[in-house]
Ligand binder design. Sequence first.
Ligand SMILES: [Zn+2]
Length: 103
Amino acid sequence: MRMKSTSFHSVPIKHIPRRTCLACRQVKAKRELIRLVHAPDGNIEIDTNGKKRGRGAYLCPVWECWETGLKGNRLEYALRSHLTPDNREQLMKYAKDLLKGAN
Ligand SMILES: [Zn+2]
């Protein structure tokens, strides 16, 4: 009887979905990024549970990325959508609350 001292089990490589932050262009695991969705009603919404339908774009949970993404037209470009001033403000507010803490 022969005993193998070592046996290699092939560990299946888990496929991790990766997305690019539209501001800093860093590729990260999808769950590390915040998804923004162009909703059917035309609004751009934050998709907190990843279940909203529509064209999505991703941002790091970092204030700088939100600032970059929202200030210019990168988000609009990524979502092929027009961001209304109200919508932009709403997203900025969300980012401030979420990323800047109690300010
Ligand atoms: Zn980023």
